[in-house]
Design a protein around this ligand. Sequence first.
Ligand code: PLP
Length: 382
Amino acid sequence: MTIPTQPTLSFLRSELTSLQAYTPHPGGAAGESVQIEIDRVETNESPYDLPPALKQELAQMWIDEIESNRYPDGGHDGLKAAIARYVTESLSSDVSILPSQISVGNGSDELLRSILIATCIGGGGSILVAAPTFSMYGILAQTLGIPVVTVERSVVNFEVDLVAAQSAIEDTKNPPIRVVFMVHPNSPTGNALTTAELEWMRSLSSDILVVIDEAYFEFSQHTVVAELAEHPNWVVLRTFSKAFRLAAHRVGYAVGHPQLITTLEQVRLPYNLPSISLAAAELVLQHRQSLLATIAETMSERDRLSIVLTAIPSLQVWRSDANFIYARITGVANPELAMAELVIKLKSQGTSIRHTGGGLRISIGSPAENQRTGSRMTQLLT
Ligand SMILES: Cc1ncc(COP(=O)(O)O)c(C=O)c1O
């Protein structure tokens, strides 16, 4: 059968034809380039794989304990209990988080979608985002036919324009804003929530769900989890894809009010996580002390690379609370073009960074990778 090159599949929702899907590994996936080895500093992953002994332990669990012919544990009970303990331990207050406050997703991306299904789908609500931010909030909303209202951020510190955000909430009617996405720290700009942003979130009506995305919590050490009990309309999202080195396994979690969590559990797919990913997440939590010990290196490397990049006159570099740096080329006629060209040149030299949200997002890699990033950017921009 010959497939026409331009088929008209009229059963597809027309608004999806213009959807700009998320581009995984825009700089090219591992192994794409056979000529040169690429430093993949574009997706904010850990530069380090699990230690061989842990991979061995996981492989042994796969051999001894996981039955391939059986569905995974669809209730995630063991992992939820381990996450609840970890989240509780990482709080400086005496607040306790219970397993009934945890839902586990196939990456936090899945939880974002479950939240949208649980709140806004079918004309139930619009969402509010502040650009630049993590693109999946808007992409997932669009796939579900949910309107996205976008406000801006300050170019000084990337704080959300709270006046515009408040007006958007008051003025958006059909359908009203039901979910607000706050990111702590934000991607790609790297800034944690400010006191003013936190105050604004506290002032919001309980009819609005506030999603606080703490994907980079282990780096920033800033969290609002201790306040969840006072705000049943807040939910915190976290992931094992970054500091815990499990991006390949796709595990994220939500922490929130048990009633919200029950609804997220109702809307998710029954066996949303493979057995090996559930086992991997429990294993890294058991070994968290040694695995998270590399964060200190990442933080000092971030500060070192920031100094190198700040010394480039044409680059504006912002301070970061995460494992990446955000910068913009300034003083040229077309900064977007200059940044797009820089990304291509850097890639041809072996460093893949991300051009997003009107700037450059540079993940912190190993010391050798960061050294190469710094010297290649310096050489190309000066
Ligand atoms: C702010 C933010 N939230 C969520 C995610 C997605 O995490 P996961 O891998 O758990 O889907 C990312 C990934 O880059 C992110 O930057």
